[in-house]
Design a protein around this ligand. Structure first.
Ligand code: AMP
Length: 190
């Protein structure tokens, strides 16, 4: 299994790139944000528990998120690899992911970070909010809260993966195809 973590701030283009990369490398794309939104829409027990955090732009608690993630991965026992989009987002999630992957004789092959300036991304999210219907994309204060969550809880993961030689930053500004090429160059070199 070639497991790739797509890393980046909200609006950096993880979801967009994942759509291309999953086809190109025949990977299973798991977006924790999408799984949560599906549960919200269908008003499941998980959705009910996650809603208050998501609507505020806060991270959903680790235990709930990791359980959901493991359930998702286990739905694809014969996959070529997983493209993780939006997970892990805390150090405890990274450790949980490593432990889980080790337990199925696998590992994270690379963490690829899409890098872009905050102000560009915030404008992108506000634009997306006009059509996406996402409450967390429509209010600048909630968006800024998601960036604060990222800076406090997610940014430290860069050091975690750097220490393992698995961190690959990529310039996230450019056309979709240009960025796919940059990410592909990293994957092709693994
Ligand atoms: P996203 O679509 O990745 O921006 O995620 C939308 C929201 O889902 C986030 O703001 C969090 O509330 C929640 N979420 C998604 N992934 C995670 C995660 N790995 N840990 C905690 N919360 C998450």
């Amino acid at each position: 299994m070639t497991n790739i973590v797509l890393f980046g701030k909200p609006g950096a283009g993880k979801g967009t790139q994942a759509e291309f990369l999953k086809e190109k490398y025949k990977l299973t794309h798991i977006s924790t944000g999408d799984v949560f939104r599906f549960n919200l829409k269908n008003d499941t027990e998980l959705g009910k528990q996650a809603r208050v955090f998501m609507d505020a732009g806060d991270l959903v608690p680790d235990e709930l998120t990791t359980k959901m993630l493991i359930d998702e991965v286990n739905k694809h026992p014969n996959t070529n690899g997983i493209l993780f989009d939006g997970y892990p987002r805390t150090l405890s999630q990274s450790v949980a992911l490593d432990e889980f992957l080790t337990s199925i004789n696998s590992k994270v092959a690379a963490t690829i970070a899409l890098e872009a300036d905050d102000e560009i991304l915030i404008q992108r999210l506000l634009e997306r909010g006009k059509t996406s219907g996402r409450i967390d994309d429509q209010d600048e204060e909630k968006i800024r809260n998601r960036y604060q969550e990222y800076n406090e809880k997610t940014a430290p993961l860069m050091d975690y993966y750097k220490a393992q030689g698995k961190f690959f930053p990529v310039n996230g500004i450019g056309s979709i195809a240009e960025i796919t090429d940059r990410v592909s160059a990293v994957i092709d070199n693994l």
